[in-house]
Design a protein around this ligand. Sequence first.
Ligand code: CO
Length: 140
Amino acid sequence: MVGKLNHVGVATPSIAESQALYRDLFGAADITPRTALPEQGVWVSFVNLPNAQIELIEPYGEASPIHAFLSKNPKGGQHHVCFEVPDILAARDEMRAKGAAVLGTGGPRTGAHGVPVIFLHPKDTGGVLVELMQEPAAGH
Ligand code: CO
């Protein structure tokens, strides 16, 4: 069963510019530094909101999965939404049993929060790229 909305992923050609936007336009005060995740081909930064996060993602390297999105959306845009689930493997199996395609091999990989994640193909989820992530352990 789906849990909390953890974050909304926003692709951007420049995390620095997006950080400035969230800080200056919206007054967001808690924004994490731009950090490289080479295995995932992205730079990330989190805008911490009272109830969720905005995950800013910028391409890292030539093979970044974000390049295709930015070629269609040069100014950036909403990329995915992420819901927490209590058990990522059970969620993956349930999604498949219900006919939703899991991207890649479906073996959960470690996401930006250090917990396992999967992505569902937008063709099965109303056009929205959906990330499911294992609930972070208590205290996070
Ligand atoms: Co995400």
